[in-house]
Write a protein of this length. Structure first.
Length: 391
């Protein structure tokens, strides 16, 4: 590109007077601009897929904000290997099947070196086989163990459901004194089904019977038949693995039926809509999360302060996972000294002792994370930290 500009400049020298001076100055400015552009390093493209619209948009929008914050932080500090990061973000609209389309675009059209996403285990399970087949590293925020079992190019920032389910069973038994438990599970959701499985296994191992199991599907709004059956079973607590929209309705309807016992959930409960839907009915409810805004970890405090300053809102677990995914990827590229996907994968597999905003990042032999669980309980209009349980 430089040679034609230099030839253009030599022709302009044939001009005379003011016309020559103007043309020469213009050509010189053009040459400087082009030369500067040509010296700018090529960005490292990373692909992100998230639910920016649709039913779970609150998670995707939070993840997008945290991703952009992390990318800007990396670029402000000089980038990676002397090159800036460029995040290319696709919306899966919270719809089944859309993650496959999004990830294929990012890999084939945009030529990204890695994929970040998704908070949902179901959508992560859709995209993971595409990334594995293309041999492009993917870092998920999903908690279902099956996500990383897809193959050796798939990693996560989140803890897994066997740990989360065990934590909530233990909390019900040891902290709430529950001796008889009920399950109300969203059976159309791989995350919820898995979480129910691990909760039940731990309860059975400690002679805390699940005396009744009820089911529902995503999008349902009337749960009174299931809750009436649970009320008749005379249980001490209900475990409701699923997402925040249905969870808020379930709790509100349980209270209407006089079920004033503890209701527990997993990290799928996180979202401001839970508070808007459930309101004061959420008293005596608890859920497990990978992040707490009340944590005193320095990295967490700095992340919260900067996220709030930029977006005027409080980050949650999906934001922490998204920020940490960028940290994990950046660290891996630096240690690999390369943007080749195979070398990035190798470096990701040896991630140890990386200080993330959601806790320490240590990739185990299954490409999973061993991170603490935060039990949050409703009090005075919001959820607050009740207990931290280490892995």
């Amino acid at each position: 590109m430089i040679v034609p500009r230099l030839q253009f400049f030599s022709h302009l020298r044939l001009l005379k007077g003011a016309g020559f001076l103007f043309a020469a100055a213009l050509a010189s400015a053009t040459f400087t601009t082009v030369a500067a552009a040509e010296s700018k390093p090529e960005p490292i493209k990373i692909g992100v897929y998230a639910s920016l619209t649709g039913k779970e948009a609150v998670w995707g929008q939070s993840a997008e904000k945290a991703t952009r914050l992390a990318v800007d932080d990396v670029n402000t500090a000089g980038g990676v290997l002397g090159r800036p990061l460029l995040a290319i973000i696709e919306d899966n609209q919270s719809k089944p099947g859309e993650s496959v389309t999004a990830v294929r675009k990012l890999i084939s059209r945009d030529k990204v070196v890695a994929i970040l996403g998704e908070a949902s285990s179901g959508r992560s399970l859709e995209a993971a086989p595409i990334c594995q087949q293309a041999r492009i590293p993917m870092i998920s925020g999903g908690s279902n163990p099956k996500v990383t079992q897809v193959g050796n190019f798939i990693f996560r920032t989140h803890f897994i459901d066997p740990f989360q389910g065990t934590v909530m069973s233990r909390f019900a038994r040891e902290k709430l004194g529950a001796k008889r438990l009920a399950l109300l599970t969203e059976v159309t959701n791989a995350y919820a089904v898995g979480l129910a499985k691990y909760f039940s296994a731990d309860a059975a191992a400690h002679q805390t019977p699940i005396v009744i199991e009820q089911k529902y599907s995503a999008g349902e709004r009337d749960f009174k038949a299931q809750l009436t059956a649970i009320k008749a079973a005379n249980v001490d607590a209900i475990f409701v693995p699923g997402y925040y929209t249905e969870a808020g309705l379930i709790v509100a309807q349980a209270r209407e039926l006089g079920l004033n016992l503890p209701v527990l959930g997993g990290d799928g409960w996180e979202g401001p809509q839970l508070l808007a839907i459930g309101g004061p009915a959420l008293r005596d409810t608890y859920y497990c999360n990978n992040f707490s805004s009340e944590s005193d970890v320095p990295e967490t405090r700095r992340f919260i302060a900067r996220y709030q300053a930029r977006f005027q809102s409080m980050p949650g677990g999906t934001a922490a996972d998204a920020y940490d995914a960028v940290l994990m990827l950046t660290d891996a590229i630096k240690r690999a000294g390369s943007t080749e996907p195979e070398k990035i994968r190798g470096a990701l597999a040896t991630t140890r002792g990386l200080r993330g905003v959601g806790g320490p990042l240590n990739v185990d032999a299954n490409r999973d994370q061993l991170k603490p669980a935060y039990i949050l309980g409703y009090n005075s209009g919001d959820y607050h930290l009740v207990q931290v349980i280490q892995p």
